[in-house]
Design a protein around this ligand. Structure first.
Ligand SMILES: NC(=O)c1ccc[n+]([C@@H]2O[C@H](COP(=O)([O-])OP(=O)(O)OC[C@H]3O[C@@H](n4cnc5c(N)ncnc54)[C@H](OP(=O)(O)O)[C@@H]3O)[C@@H](O)[C@H]2O)c1
Length: 279
């Protein structure tokens, strides 16, 4: 697959700054390093100060880019104000909502509703608040990207992961709708349905993640697919699973649903061209 934007074209469209929500560790840190390797400055959001500081030092010395660590909780009430205050002075070309892995496997009724509600804040409220904020800035600029990390778990409700799979389904569907709305305004939207990936957040939950995909492979493939939305699935086995579950091509389905919705409310509809997740 040839990336839609490479070299200077990538920097011009998605630079000079990218913001990565959940960017100090795992796939988020891999996004930060991949972006720095492409010459884009990175502002990374996470809760813990030291991993953020270490990441930023590494980005500056290894890649010669500017880096900013933003200490904030993506589930916090003050999220918009904190992230706005820390990034309003930056010319942001790409926003990645990365954080959101599930650290527990248990049945819905085994735990109180608090864990489920905090996952809803992290995987639904956070993406809404920040993609609305950066979406407005990017459409005003007329070029850029919004990338949402989702999961193959979104393909169906899952026993032991009922809340996680439901919130990831929200992320996938939100990305698809925004892809249709924002593509004509110069903003590339991509939802990434990752399968098992070797990160600190999940390695402590099961030894089976030791043989999973490399976070760098997921992050670089996702960046290569910016402009090829609405969604991308990393890894051939994962793609085969998604293809079996989604027999109707997503681009046609999103256009069809958007057209039917527009007709119902007497609104305008224009079809958007896109690429299927396995292309
Ligand atoms: N790993 C997998 O197997 C896998 C599979 C499918 C999909 N995915 C998806 O890929 C994405 C990344 O997953 P990941 O495994 O790399 O781990 P992750 O736990 O989602 O991300 C880790 C990063 O997010 C930050 N973070 C976590 N919660 C935060 C919060 N409330 N506020 C601010 N920052 C927060 C962490 O730093 P702090 O802890 O310091 O805050 C760290 O920088 C997720 O959306 C996940 O659903 C992962």
């Amino acid at each position: 697959m040839t990336a839609r934007y490479e070299g200077e074209a990538f920097k011009e469209r998605f630079g000079p700054w990218a913001v990565v929500a959940g960017g100090s560790d795992g796939i988020g840190a891999a996004f930060a390093r991949e972006l720095a390797g492409r010459g884009v400055n990175v502002a990374a959001i996470a809760r813990r100060k030291e991993p953020l500081a270490a990441l930023c030092r590494g980005l500056r010395t290894d890649y010669g880019v500017e880096a900013r660590g933003i200490q904030a909780d993506l589930t916090g009430d003050d999220l918009l104000r904190e992230v706005g205050a820390a990034t309003d002075d930056l010319d942001v070309g790409l926003f990645v909502y990365n954080a959101g892995a599930s650290s527990r496997s248990e049945e819905f009724l085994q735990a109180g509703p608090e864990y489920a509600l905090s996952m809803m804040n992290l995987n639904c409220r956070g993406p809404i608040v920040l993609s609305h904020h950066f979406g407005q800035r990017l459409t005003k600029r007329g070029r850029g990207g919004l990338l949402f990390m989702s999961s193959l778990a979104c393909l169906a409700g899952c026993h032991y992961q009922a809340i996680y799979s439901a919130t990831k389904s929200f992320d996938t569907i939100l990305a698809e709708g925004l892809w249709h709305e924002l593509t004509p305004m110069g903003v590339d939207v991509l939802g990434v349905l990752a399968g098992a990936t070797r990160t600190e957040s999940v390695l402590h939950t099961s030894d089976n993640f030791k043989d999973a995909m490399d976070p760098a492979e997921v992050a670089s493939g996702a960046l290569d697919h910016l402009g090829c939305g609405p969604n991308w699935v990393p890894g051939e086995t994962n793609q085969a699973v998604a293809r079996g579950t989604w027999p109707v091509p997503r681009v046609a389905l999103i256009n069809g649903m958007s057209q039917a919705t527009a007709a119902l409310f007497d609104l305008e509809h224009k079809a958007v061209e896109g690429q299927e997740f396995h292309e």
